[in-house]
Design a protein around this ligand. Structure first.
Ligand code: NAD
Ligand SMILES: O=C(O)C(=O)C[C@@H](O)[C@H](O)[C@H](O)COP(=O)(O)O
Ligand code: ZN
Length: 377
C-alpha cells in the first residue's frame, strides 16, 4: 500500500484518520477491510462521480472480497433535499445493510452531507466512510462530522453530527474536477489562512498556481487544511465555541445560496463562501475592526484565483436585503434572536462576534446591493 499523509482527528472513542495522497481509491478495499473485515458496503454517489471513478472503487472492493451495492443520485446542491434524503434512506434499507455494515459517501460535499446524514439516521446510526472526490470535500466537508440537508428556509437546517470512521482523500481524482469546482474548493482552503493562519494565507498568495496546477503545493494545501480543521473539531466537536470560526463567510454565503434556490448553475457553495468571506472582511472594516486594506487583500487574492468576490457577480442577482436577512435570521448561530458573525481584526485574526446588530447588517447589505455593478462596490 502507498504511504499517504495521515492526519488524525482526535475525538476519543470517535477518533479517526484522514489519509491523503494519490492512488488511495485503488487501495480503498484493503483499507476498509482493515477497518471493518467482511462488512457489507452501501456506496452513495452522484452520477458524475460514478461515471468517472466508481469502477476503480468497486474493483478495489471486489479485490478485497467486500460485498457492495451502489445508490446513485443526481449531481448538485439540489440533491441535499428531503426527497433525495428519503430516496437514499429507503435505498440503504432496501440493501439490507446492518448496523455493523458501512455506508460509503463517495463524492463531493453534497454526497458527504447527504449520505452522512442517512448513515446517522438509518437503523439509528450506521458507521460510514468518507471518500471525498472534490477539493472542497477533501479539505473540509469530509472532516468533522457535520451532515445534513437544506430546507427552503436555509442551508443545512436539518442534520446531525455524525463522525465518519475513516476519510480516504485520493488527490489524483481531483484531476477530473472542473476548473469551476476546483476554484470553489479553493475558497475553503483560503478560509483556513483567513481564520487563524496568516502565514498560510501568505503562502497561498505565492503558491496558488501550483495548487491549481496539481503540483506539490496541492497536497500540502490539502494536508494543512485538514490539520487545521481536525484541530478545531477535536477541541470543539459540536460547535459550542471555537468551531464557529469555520463558518467564516458562511452567514452571508449560505444566505446567497438560499436566495439563489440552491441552484448550482448560478452559485455553488464555495463561490458563496468566497463572496461571503469578502463581505465579512468588508463588514469588519466598516465596523472599524480591521484596516480597509484587509478586505482589499482578501478580495484581490480570491479574484486572482478566479473566484467571485462581489454580490453583483451572482448570476441572476442576489435578491434583496430583506430576502438575504430572512435567510440570515435562520442561521444556526443565532442565539435568542441575536446574530453571530465571524468577523476579523486582520488576515488570520478572525473572531466570533455575538450580538451583531441586525440593522447594521441590513444597512450594509442594502449598500452593497445598491452599489452592485459600480466599481469597488
Ligand atoms: N459538512 C461540512 O463540514 C461541509 C463543509 C463544507 C461544505 N459542505 C457542503 O458541501 C457541499 C459542496 O460540496 P462540493 O463543492 O464538493 O459540491 P458537490 O458535491 O456538488 O460536487 C461538485 C461537483 O463536482 C462533481 N465532482 C465531484 N468530484 C468530482 C471529480 N473527482 N471529478 C469530476 N467531477 C466531480 C460533482 O458531481 C458535482 O457536480 C455544500 O452542500 C456544502 O454545504 C459541508
Ligand atoms: O465544519 C464546520 O464546522 C464548518 O462550518 C465548515 C463549513 O465549511 C461548512 O460549509 C459547514 O457545513 C457549515 O456549517 P453550518 O453549521 O453553518 O451548516
Ligand atoms: Zn463551507
Amino acid at each position: 500500500m502507498s504511504q499517504p499523509i495521515v492526519v488524525p482527528v482526535a475525538l476519543g472513542a470517535r477518533s479517526y484518520e484522514i489519509a491523503i495522497g494519490p492512488g488511495l481509491l485503488a487501495e480503498a478495499g484493503q483499507r476498509i477491510s482493515a477497518l471493518a473485515p467482511k462488512a457489507r458496503l452501501a456506496i452513495v454517489t452522484d452520477a458524475n462521480v460514478a461515471a468517472l471513478h466508481l469502477a476503480t472503487l468497486t474493483a478495489s472492493l471486489d479485490a478485497a472480497g467486500l460485498e457492495h451495492q451502489t445508490i446513485t443520485v443526481a449531481p448538485g446542491e439540489a440533491s441535499k433535499s428531503f426527497a433525495t434524503f428519503a430516496e437514499v434512506c429507503e435505498g440503504l434499507i432496501a440493501t439490507r445493510v446492518e448496523r455493523g455494515d458501512l455506508v460509503v459517501a463517495f463524492g463531493g460535499g453534497v454526497i458527504g452531507d447527504l449520505a452522512g446524514f442517512a448513515a446517522a439516521a438509518v437503523r439509528r446510526g450506521m458507521r460510514f466512510v468518507q471518500i471525498p472526490t472534490s477539493l472542497l470535500a477533501q479539505v473540509d466537508s469530509s472532516v468533522g462530522g457535520k451532515t445534513g440537508i437544506n430546507s427552503r428556509h436555509g442551508k443545512n437546517l436539518v442534520g446531525a453530527f455524525h463522525q465518519p470512521s475513516l476519510v480516504l482523500a485520493d488527490t489524483q481524482v481531483l484531476d477530473t474536477l472542473s476548473r469551476r469546482e476546483f476554484r470553489a474548493g479553493y475558497a475553503e482552503v483560503a478560509k483556513y489562512g483567513l481564520i487563524n493562519d496568516a502565514p498560510f494565507f501568505h503562502w497561498l498568495e505565492n503558491n496558488w498556481q501550483d495548487v491549481m496546477a496539481g503540483g506539490p503545493a496541492r497536497v500540502e494545501a490539502i494536508a494543512t487544511s485538514c490539520r487545521s480543521k481536525a484541530g478545531i473539531v477535536a477541541r470543539d466537536e459540536t460547535e459550542t465555541g471555537e468551531r464557529a470560526l469555520l463558518n467564516l463567510g458562511h452567514t452571508f454565503g449560505h444566505a446567497l445560496e438560499a436566495v439563489t434556490g440552491y441552484n448550482s448553475a448560478r452559485l455553488v457553495h464555495g463561490e458563496g463562501v468566497s463572496i461571503g468571506m469578502v463581505l465579512a472582511h468588508e463588514f469588519s472594516a466598516r465596523l472599524g475592526l480591521c484596516s480597509q486594506e484587509t478586505p482589499s487583500r482578501v478580495a484581490a487574492h480570491l479574484a486572482t484565483a478566479g473566484l467571485p468576490t462581489r454580490i453583483d457577480q451572482v448570476p441572476g442577482g442576489a435578491g434583496t436585503a430583506g430576502e438575504l436577512m430572512n435567510a440570515i435570521l435562520q442561521d444556526k448561530k443565532v442565539k435568542r434572536g441575536k446574530l453571530t458573525f465571524i468577523l476579523t481584526h486582520g488576515i488570520g485574526e478572525s473572531f466570533i462576534a455575538n450580538d451583531v446588530d441586525p440593522s447594521a447588517v441590513t444597512g450594509f447589505l442594502e449598500e452593497k446591493l445598491a452599489g452592485a455593478g459600480k466599481l469597488g462596490a
